[in-house]
Design a protein around this ligand. Structure first.
Ligand code: NDP
Length: 480
């Protein structure tokens, strides 16, 4: 049994409360480690440490900060196997996915922002030679970063790296459900020589330590990724304190497949966009809309492939889907299958918990599920399920597809499949989402703006957007 520790003022330590929470391995349904139950006192201590850390970090040259961050990236790579295994055990995802996606991306996040900041510049505005304005971009100070459980180290580092690169100091909270790789990252930060107090990682419950971070008056910005209702709560607390806020929230993404698509590519990518990471990626396409001309053919092929997608324990190299993250989450996802039936849907495949053999019999596995026959306005098609459950719906015209795609309160990502380039651009322009993929899915260039419209969030992450979020612009006007 491992006892995870907080990373506070450069050292690993228990929470002030001295109490711990259980951490469950979802592939076997058993407690395998404990995490410190941190609270307000720990946040107060982290703020004190961070104030000292800021004096050091913000006065270092960009190059010196960048070099330490590059060292952290190197150490993530050097510990690739250990981190991938830890991520897979903690989250339930197939080891292969952690090896190929989660951990490489965590290293890239550090490397990308460590170098991006060296090329970051600000504007100047000349007033006919009489005056000149220039803009300074200073770090904010102490910032809070709160992340979810679905892509634990990937999303945690996606926030921390730009915050550190721009000279801020950070108090971060990983999800209590998947704390392990954030803990291992603490060890790597110590090894890389990150000055004490610059990054503080506190573990515990969202409603306790998460709330204390959001409420602390000296934490001037909060970057949050998680559910829409938690985001709304954080905004309610932080807005009257005039904190800068970046909110990356839920999604209910449409995957629009036209008659004239590259059928095989659309089919194989739809398998991934529906069920990768057990459907627990905010960018997964959970509503599949297929044009009438190929609907039956696509549906048949999609169902056939889905029936053969292997649900297995995460270390199985053949596993296409592993366990979902927790028992609560499994029950929530399965409750949506029941709801879909009540709403008149037909389960074409899956729809049940999958019981594996032997030591995995109590793990939280769900068969990949496709549901047909639902109205696009019903709850199953409107609410985020965040599991291996998709709906499939036919459409006739481009207008019909757009109406159904845009009918939800979310607007994170969308996917369009067609060989008609004019139609692809036309639909992309009209679709209400922050991210559109045409004939591909989950292709990520870290320079691009990342985030959603409507209830999927406020603000953008990635590239310059992140560097701007984590800095305060100050205009200086000089008389010439
Ligand atoms: P939650 O909103 O439940 O939690 C996210 C984080 O916030 C966790 O660390 C959680 O802690 C913490 N938290 C919970 N309550 C509070 C609070 N009152 N104050 C401060 N922090 C709090 O989301 P999930 O972890 O369940 O993640 C799934 C959600 O994340 C989905 O809705 C998904 O769409 C969204 N998401 C969005 C992405 C995007 O980029 N737009 C990317 C990935 C996921 P604890 O774990 O202890 O509850």
């Amino acid at each position: 049994m491992i006892d995870i520790q907080n990373y506070l003022n450069g050292t690993l330590q228990a929470a002030r409360s001295g109490s711990y929470l259980d951490n469950v391995n979802p592939s076997i349904g058993e407690v395998y480690s404990r995490i410190p139950r941190s609270g307000k006192e720990d946040v107060d201590m982290a703020v004190e440490a961070a104030e000292e850390g800021f004096k050091v970090w913000s006065n270092m040259s960009k190059e010196a900060r960048s070099n330490i961050m590059l060292k952290i990236a190197d150490l993530i790579e050097a510990n690739h196997a250990k981190l991938a295994e830890a991520e897979s055990i903690d989250n339930g995802k197939p080891l292969k996915l952690a090896e190929h996606v989660d951990i490489p991306r965590a290293a890239s996040n550090f490397r990308f922002f460590a170098t991006a900041v060296l090329h970051f510049s600000s504007e100047s505005h000349d007033m006919d030679g009489q005056f000149i304005n220039y803009t300074l971009r200073n770090p904010i100070g102490i910032v809070g970063c709160i992340s979810p459980w679905n892509l634990p180290l990937y999303l945690f580092t996606w926030k921390i790296a730009p915050a550190l690169a721009t000279g801020n100091v950070v108090i971060a909270k990983p999800s209590e459900v998947t704390p392990m790789t954030a803990y291992l990252l603490s060890e790597l930060c110590i090894e890389a020589g990150l000055p004490k107090g610059v990054l503080n990682i506190l573990h515990g419950l969202g409603g306790e330590v998460g709330a204390a971070i959001t409420e602390h008056p000296k934490i001037k910005a909060v970057s949050f990724t998680g559910g829409t209702s938690t985001g709304a709560h954080i905004a309610k607390v932080a807005a009257p304190m005039f904190k800068k806020l970046s909110l990356e929230l839920g999604g209910k993404n449409p995957n629009i497949i036209f008659d004239d698509c590259d059928f095989d590519k659309a089919l194989s990518t739809t398998m991934r966009s529906s069920f990768a990471n057990q459907g627990q990626i905010c960018l997964c396409g959970s509503r599949v809309f297929v044009q009438r001309g190929i609907y039956e053919k696509f549906k048949t092929a999609f169902v056939e492939k889905t029936k053969h997608a292997k649900v297995s324990y995460p270390m199985d190299p053949e596993a296409k889907l592993g366990a979902v993250v927790s028992e609560d989450h499994m029950n929530k996802v399965l409750s949506y299958v029941d709801l879909a039936k009540e709403e008149g849907g037909t389960v074409l495949c899956g729809g049940k918990r999958k019981i594996l053999e032997g030591e995995y019999a109590n793990g939280y596995y769900i068969e990949p599920t496709i549901i047909e026959g639902l109205d696009h306005m019903c709850r199953t098609n409107q609410e985020e399920i965040f599991g291996p459950v998709v709906t499939i719906t036919p459409f006739d015209t481009e207008e019909d597809a757009l109406e159904m795609a845009n009918s939800v309160e979310y607007g994170l990502a969308s996917t369009i499949w067609t060989q008609d380039i004019t139609k692809a651009h036309r639909v992309a322009a009209k679709i209400e989402s922050g991210i559109v993929w045409i004939n591909c899915w989950l292709v990520r260039d870290l320079r691009t703006p990342f985030g959603g419209v409507k209830n999927s969030g406020v603000g953008r992450e990635g590239g310059l957007e992140a560097l701007r979020f984590f800095t305060e612009p100050k205009n200086v006007c000089v008389s010439l």
